[in-house]
Design a protein around this ligand. Sequence first.
Ligand SMILES: O=C(O)C(=O)[C@H](O)CO
Ligand code: MG
Length: 258
Amino acid sequence: MPKFAANLTMMFNELPFLDRFEAAAKAGFKYVEYLWPYEFPAAELKAKLDQFGLKQVLFNTAAGDISQGEWGLSAIPNREAEARRDIDQALEYALVLGCPTVHIMAAVVPEGESRQAYKQTFVENVRYASEKFKPHGINICLEALSPEVKPNYLLKSQFDTLEIVEWVDRDNVFVQLDYFHAQNVDGNLSRLTDRLRGKFCHIQIASVPNRHEPDEGEINYQYIFDKLDEMGYQGYVGCEYKPRGETVAGLGWFEKYK
Ligand SMILES: O=C(O)C(=O)[C@H](O)CO
Ligand SMILES: [Mg+2]
């Protein structure tokens, strides 16, 4: 049965962020993920995890200056020093939080820039991170984002991500298989899951097209969850969706998994 993680960035927005840990635990979650921890001291977040018996299973490297359209620095040529500081910071947080996986964000590729140069830079920074994280048993995942969500992001298709993972060629670097983006770009989710077998270490879910709870829309998630069980998938499934309304009211789908 899948191990579901509440995404505290997207869910429980009725509450201030630091109150979402208790809400997630009360709703029956044992695991949490969220995009970025850096607004808070790692020790404060760890105390929240411990207070409510939660395990942190994923977070991201810093996004850069979102107001300037940045969405990750690790693929931007000539910004390697900043990217590697972000990677080092992510490692510090992962060690305090006891988090097994970090999503290294790539970058948006501005019109006219060389995608190949961005890919090369990303590979080199991910290899740097792999070496730093490996002694601590921490995995890295890389994620494709659909253009409707993040236009011109370096990774669009799951096969863009697979190309980078195989190019990096390190045993602690994997695909972050977000079925919302995968359905929007690649489709054919069952065959895609088979093709990525052994290459993904973290999954995220949301309905398509509205990115709500997984109990609506065009993806038959029960079929996907059963397939993951049959494959023996042992990772986590991040609930990275925007609740239709009040978060707990939308958790009927989750009842049978508690
Ligand atoms: O946008 C997503 O789907 C993600 O999982 C990243 O954390 C942020 O782009
Ligand atoms: Mg995602």
